[in-house]
Ligand binder design. Structure first.
Ligand SMILES: *[C@@H]1O[C@H](CO)[C@@H](O)[C@H](O)[C@H]1NC(C)=O
Length: 371
């Protein structure tokens, strides 16, 4: 499915090369804080300028829903764990409560990742923030660690931002305007405001601004992502922060304009959308240029056989062969380890050894030790 001709066409249209585009590999990791208490004071302190800056010398490590390979997704604990493990960006999905408060949550329905089934008083999806806060989040996948189920609550967009701003170094945010059509149909804000207005207002309230790599952006990095092209075009009138157009599976039309995968990856469409976005986020199997592909995971069921089901081989392919600019991962720690081994930020560099060579070296060292 990966179409090299598509990559080449997009590169041409966007004026990039594969190396200049972004690719995000999504890795998810989880860590743990021992209680479910809300953790961070609001409003957040702003940078005093002395924090370690965002690294820009290697592909971004983007913590997909926090370190959710370890800790239930989109919780404060999952995001704090990702920060401890070395992530560059924390990624989240923004939805709205019934009363118009923006929250971090992936699904429109609540049952896959919360204990809603135990809360018999809830019979439908129309919940206020206060009601949502009584729920506890659980691990999405049965094959992952279940020990943190029931310990953490859903957090708001503002709480999420505070976690990034309170990090000991500059940590960017990567929020998605999730299901904007659905939300705008069901939630009405005063003054006829739309979901996109509330989303951008929240970013501005906390000082997010500036085009990609500008001084303001580097102080508080943000990428705005959406599968809905009209939301990105609308937001582009409100804020100059970089935007990423997400491209779904080839069988799924866009939720707002009902366009097919083939339409939105046509030359004419990419030529149009490139005025509004700096990058594209495709499935890792349909990769394109300014690209932050998703999602990278450690577990063998998610890994391709041609990488021998080894997540490090998969990272090596995307980082060193394709030249992505970032990776969304469920396992922040494994991507961070890989990058520290192969392109450490510290000066004790290992030269140009490719990751494969390095891993072979380690393997042979281990093998000779065993013998
Ligand atoms: C979306 O497009 C498909 C294919 O062209 C069409 O069959 C369908 O009716 C459209 N849906 C809506 C809601 O317009």
């Amino acid at each position: 499915m990966l179409s090299l001709s598509l990559i080449n066409r997009i590169n041409k249209l966007l004026g990039t090369t594969a190396n200049a585009g972004y690719v995000l590999l999504i890795y998810l990791s989880l860590i743990l804080v021992s209680t479910a208490r809300p953790i961070y004071p609001l409003p957040s302190k702003t940078s005093n300028g002395s924090r370690q800056p965002l690294q820009t010398s290697r592909p971004y490590n983007i913590a997909h829903r926090g370190s959710n390979g370890e800790i239930p997704e989109e919780t404060a604990a999952a995001y704090m764990r990702a920060i401890e493990e070395g992530t560059d960006f924390i990624e989240t999905d923004i939805l709205s409560s019934k009363d118009g408060v923006l929250i971090c949550f992936h699904d429109v329905t609540l049952d896959d990742t919360t204990d809603i089934a135990e809360h018999k008083e809830f019979t439908n999806l129309d919940f206020t923030l206060e009601e949502l806060k009584t729920l506890r989040v659980k691990q999405r996948y049965a094959f992952r660690d279940q020990q943190y189920n029931g310990k953490f609550s859903i957090i708001t967009f503002e709480e999420f931002i505070s976690i990034a701003l309170d990090a000991p170094r500059v940590v960017g945010i990567y929020p998605e305007m999730k299901n904007p059509v659905f939300i705008n149909q069901h939630v009405k804000w005063p003054g006829g405001k739309r979901f996109e207005d509330k989303f951008v207002e929240t970013l501005k309230k906390y000082g997010y601004t500036g085009s990609y790599m500008s001084k303001d952006w580097l102080k508080q990095p943000v990428f705005i992502q959406s599968f809905a092209p009209t939301s990105l075009v609308y937001a582009s009138d409100l804020i100059d922060s970089p935007k990423i157009f997400l491209i779904d599976d080839v069988t799924i039309p866009t939720q707002d304009t009902n366009q097919s995968y083939w339409e939105i990856t046509s030359d004419a469409y990419l030529d149009y959308i490139k005025d509004y976005v700096v990058g594209i986020g495709p499935w890792k199997d349909t990769v394109v240029p300014v690209v932050h592909p998703y999602t990278y995971r450690n577990e063998e069921m998610f890994l391709h056989f041609n990488f021998h089901q080894d997540p490090y081989e998969e990272y090596d392919y995307w980082i060193n062969k394709i030249g992505v600019d970032g990776l969304f991962t469920d396992f922040t720690g494994s991507l961070h380890n890989f990058q520290e081994w192969t392109s450490p930020l510290s000066k004790n560099n290992i030269g140009d050894d490719s990751a494969t060579k390095l891993l072979n070296k380690i393997a042979s060292l281990v093998a000779s030790y065993k013998n």
